[in-house]
Design a protein around this ligand. Structure first.
Ligand SMILES: NC(=O)c1ccc[n+]([C@@H]2O[C@H](COP(=O)([O-])OP(=O)(O)OC[C@H]3O[C@@H](n4cnc5c(N)ncnc54)[C@H](O)[C@@H]3O)[C@@H](O)[C@H]2O)c1
Length: 423
């Protein structure tokens, strides 16, 4: 099937790269967002999000006329839904954005159109929730129009390359929908395109992220056991991983971001009776900041009145994304325990976080500290020179929650050194 015009709903980290990549391959793309600020920013040739290379790509797409930004969908050959699927306070999936995006397509849906859902969604969403909404148009899914689910697996920081190179799964509500989905994505995808059914495709995405979550949880639990038994978990993991079939991940202060810490709950919600491991995994990873705080309290002989510089706040190394970050949770818990925290995030030095005092540079963060906590393994933090740091802080205790620093170097510079999970 030929695609002359497509409509991408949701212009965030997934939708905007997708829309502009299609546009750069000669397709006429209408990029739709309900947030008027996003629409006006993009219409002015500016960007509301940061992703390496994206600004150049979007601006070229806009200049070429192939990418148009709008606040409403319009008739097109294909519609791609890439809107958020966060969770509600009780951890249930918030599908309201997906539902309203699907509803907004209804008046524009025509026979032989293709609709693709990319948003991470609970199993059976495409069949049980999206198809009935789209059928309000009077057309029947699988008979009059094609409908598929295709999960997005890109890594923030490398989205533009991975969008093109990663293997892509396309799950149709029927085989024809998957085939037509392949016609669409092969416009730019160079990785393998793997066809399946819609519910399998939804499960694949959730299984991938849950698998990561479970494996990080076991590493975190090992870090707690190591302390109990006077073992250095990092050395133990290194030696265990010499086993040809073992690959234990790294412990740390927890799991954050808007994917791995969210998506497993979609499976728990969909089948609570079948997911004790996944639920426990979430609880283990969510409680890891408490373990960091307890370990730091032990190292400092209590937290009340202690001044602690928390270095790094993002949810993982070398990004600026603060969503669901365990480093932020750790900083809040330290405050709650009576410590006085000054935090510093090198990738977002001017961030504001309610309830936390933030410094806009490293020197301000450490100048009055009793202890330094390395909470995120950002490259510039990992490569700090302890002999330089010892000149700008009165702190003589460092706690490394991510195994980012070399113990001997910090000790040689006069610091008492503690590491998460090290005996
Ligand atoms: N960001 C990632 O790395 C990543 C990776 C894999 C999967 N995902 C999944 O992709 C989906 C989108 O994530 P994101 O990071 O791009 O989200 P985002 O928050 O960056 O962007 C979503 C955009 O959708 C817009 N929107 C909301 N409702 C809309 C509607 N009804 N019509 C049109 N636009 C609407 C919002 O205003 C926002 O600009 C989510 O389900 C997410 O879990 C994200």
């Amino acid at each position: 099937m030929d695609f002359n015009k497509i409509c991408v709903l949701g212009l965030g980290y997934i939708g905007l790269p997708t829309a502009s990549t299609f546009a750069s391959h000669g397709i006429h793309v209408i990029g739709v967002d309900v947030n008027p600020q996003v629409v006006s920013t993009l219409q002015n040739g500016d960007l509301h999000i940061y992703e390496p290379g994206l600004r150049t790509l979007v601006q070229a797409a806009l200049r070429s006329g192939n990418l148009e930004i709008a606040s409403q969908p319009e008739p097109a050959d294909a519609f791609i839904i890439a809107v958020p699927t966060p969770f509600l306070p009780d951890k249930r999936a918030d599908m309201s954005f997906v539902v309203s995006a699907a509803e907004s397509i209804v008046p524009h849906l025509r026979p032989a159109n293709l609709v693709i859902l990319e948003s991470t969604s609970p199993p059976r969403t495409t069949i049980d929730r999206i198809a009935p909404i789209l059928e309000q148009s009077g057309l029947t899914a699988g008979q009059d129009f094609y409908l598929a689910y295709s999960p997005e697996r890109v890594l923030p920081g490398q989205i533009l390359r991975e969008l093109i190179e990663n293997a892509r799964v396309i799950g149709g509500i029927d085989p024809a929908s998957a085939e037509i989905g392949r016609d669409l994505y092969q416009i730019f995808v160079q990785g393998e395109i793997l066809l399946t059914d819609a519910t399998t495709a939804e499960m694949i995405k959730l299984m991938e992220n849950t698998y990561r979550d479970v494996n990080i949880a076991i590493a975190n639990e090992f870090s707690r056991l190591a302390v109990r038994f006077g073992v250095d978990v990092w050395k133990a993991i290194e030696l265990a991983n010499r086993h040809p079939r073992v690959n234990i991940l790294r412990p740390g202060p927890g799991v954050g971001g808007h994917c791995i810490s969210v998506d497993p709950w979609f499976l728990v919600e969909a089948a609570p009776d079948l997911t004790p491991l996944i639920r426990t995994t979430r609880q283990v990873n969510d409680s890891q900041p408490e373990f960091v705080v307890a370990s730091l309290a032990k190292a400092l002989g209590g937290l009340a009145g202690k001044r602690i510089a928390v270095l790094g706040l993002a949810y993982k190394p070398d990004v600026d994304d603060l969503r669901e970050s365990p480093a932020i949770e750790t900083a809040h818990l330290l405050e709650n325990a009576g410590a006085s925290v000054v935090a510093f995030e090198p990738n977002k030095p001017n961030a504001e976080i309610p309830g936390l005092k933030l410094a806009s540079n490293l020197a301000d963060a450490v100048e009055e500290a009793d202890a330094l906590l390395l909470a995120v393994s950002h490259t510039p933090l990992r490569s700090l020179d302890p002999s330089v740091i010892s000149q700008i802080t009165p702190a003589r205790v460092v706690f490394d929650a991510v195994n980012g620093w070399t113990q001997e170097r910090w000790q040689a510079a006069g610091f008492h050194f503690f590491r998460l999970g090290a005996g």
